[in-house]
Design a protein around this ligand. Structure first.
Ligand code: ADP
Ligand code: MG
Length: 492
């Protein structure tokens, strides 16, 4: 792994400036300008039509479902949505782009000037402004490694609907960029706009990175690192690029506007091409599509139907429930986890108690079986009943976790209290028996009693342990503690 060496002192002189361009593969049934299906796992070139293949005279038409997805994303990021939006041809050659241009948007995109508040590890929210979100189509896939001599082309993906979201250069470090991307991924999933799967390329981003002296008043020249398909790579690519640019400038060089790619194998970025400007694409209005009108009624309906968003949950968990940044982020990461947590709260459990059970025993079960919270076999109401048994001192935490919970997963109908009785894990509430046991112990260990009374308070655990053992874990620990303490402290 190549590492550029910059002294901390030199690194300190510079400020990094970052803007992201994020592509989201839209979760819809058919392509954006054609009616054939868009699905994964089909035979190559199974889903193509005269439109995708760019036969002369074939006319595109817009898929309303893609429009809805873009609008949902725009509403969730507080964008301005114009009453009419336009499509444009972006001309360039790719072997897997039969038309020779990509249908996209240039002027007046569907969503404009929004923002996303991103929770940062310091607990604060950073507002990152979004310049635009536009609709466009994906290209096909060129496959270079299946045939010895030829590149094979699969056009199933050609014409699939995408949105591109472009931020202002508001991000200042790799960590901030990663936090932003994680927030976008969550948003996309909560809204059902896409599946957010970065490994499969269904969510990917380009990072624009520049550096400037902290004393400078203008941004430096940016370099674009293309197609980062994990948050981890995004962070590494940005950090590498920051250091590379600083080293270049420190050695008297100059950053040229260009496009680079991230090399996983070396952990470096590599020059792909000098950056083309918008002029090179010869954008021009798509003559075969009408301007797309967006009615205020449609917008209002979509706004109404938006689900609770991660930002609102994060705020409620940290502000109202007093959870920490990490705790709130863990709950909010998946909508199903947050829903389950909220269902536990509805059962009148304390937030802290609900959190500990959900992120402890439930989470380890899910991890072990590689499941989402949705698939957890115990309904929130039943888990709450189990938790109440523990809180009420009826079942020990250990027995609840190790025996009762697994039994509840196997017997979906059985009452937790009933199961606890059958499993023989109900704790006996028997103050008299505990008190008698303690009296016997105090006679057996007079030295320990004396030492306790002389200030060795830790010896309380000695007596508690002995009683718990005698009762084979079925004595209620709170009760035992109380009895032991009161007898040790009793004046005699
Ligand atoms: P293009 O369309 O050619 O890619 P844009 O002006 O749309 O160019 O900018 C693309 C991205 O680059 C945006 O995310 C923007 O925030 C970011 N960006 C612009 N200037 C800078 C800069 N000096 N440093 C870092 N990022 C920048
Ligand atoms: Mg761009």
């Amino acid at each position: 792994m190549s590492k550029l060496r910059l002294s901390a002192e030199i690194r300190q002189k510079y400020q990094a400036v970052i803007g992201l361009e994020v592509h989201v593969q839209l979760q819809v049934k058919s392509k954006i300008f054609a009616t054939e299906a868009f699905t994964f796992g089909s035979e190559p070139n199974e889903h193509i039509s005269v439109i995708t293949l760019a036969h002369p005279g074939a006319l595109p038409s817009i898929n309303g479902a893609c429009v809805q997805q873009a609008l949902k994303m725009g509403l969730a990021t507080h964008c301005h949505i114009p009453t009419a939006t336009y499509f444009a041809r972006k001309n360039y050659f790719y072997p897997d782009l039969p038309k020779g241009y990509q249908l996209s948007q240039a002027e007046n995109p569907i969503c404009q000037n929004g923002y996303l508040d991103v929770p940062m590890p310091d607990g604060g929210l950073h507002r990152i402004r979004i310049e635009r979100i536009h609709l466009e189509e994906d290209a096909g896939k060129s496959i270079h490694d299946l045939d010895e001599r030829d590149t094979l082309i699969d056009l199933n993906r050609a014409g699939a609907g995408l949105i591109e979201l472009v931020t202002y250069p508001d991000l200042r470090s790799a960590d901030e960029a990663c936090a932003f991307m994680a927030e976008i991924r969550k948003l996309v999933r909560y809204l059902g706009v896409g599946d957010g799967n970065m490994e499969q390329g269904n969510l990917r981003c380009d990072a624009n990175v520049s550096v400037m002296l902290k004393t400078a008043t203008e941004y430096g020249t940016r370099v674009e690192v293309k197609n980062l398909n994990s948050i981890n790579y995004l962070g590494k690519a940005i950090n590498y690029e920051i250091e590379r640019q600083i080293a270049l400038i420190e050695n008297g060089g100059e950053v040229r506007q260009s496009t680079r790619t991230w090399q996983v194998s070396t952990g470096t970025t590599q020059l792909m091409r000098d950056k083309e400007t918008a002029d090179d694409y010869r954008y021009f209005p798509e003559p075969d599509l009408q301007p797309l009108r967006i009615s205020r009624e449609q917008l209002a309906q979509l706004q109404e139907a938006l689900p609770v968003l991660p930002a609102a949950l994060y705020e409620r968990y940290t502000q109202e429930l007093g959870l920490s940044y990490l705790e709130a982020m863990a709950l909010v990461e998946q909508a199903s986890t947050a829903r389950y947590f909220d269902a536990l709260l509805e059962q009148k459990l304390e937030a802290r108690v609900a959190y500990n059970w959900l992120m402890g025993p439930v989470k380890s079960y899910l991890n072990e079986h590689q499941l989402e919270t949705e698939a957890f076999p115990v309904e929130p109401a039943r888990l709450a009943a189990l938790i109440r048994l523990v809180e009420g001192g009826k079942v020990s935490h250990n027995a609840a976790r190790e025996r009762l919970l697994p039994a509840m997963m196997l017997h979906a109908e059985a009452e937790p209290a009933h199961l606890a009785r059958e499993l023989n894990v109900l704790m006996e509430s028997n103050t008299t028996a505990i008190a008698q046991a303690m009296e016997a112990l105090m006679q057996e260990f007079p030295d320990e009693v004396a030492r306790y009374r002389n200030g060795r308070k830790g010896l309380m655990g000695f007596f508690v342990g002995k009683i718990m053992k005698a009762f084979k874990g079925k004595a209620n620990p709170k009760e035992v503690n109380q009895v032991v303490k009161s007898q040790l402290e009793a004046k005699n």
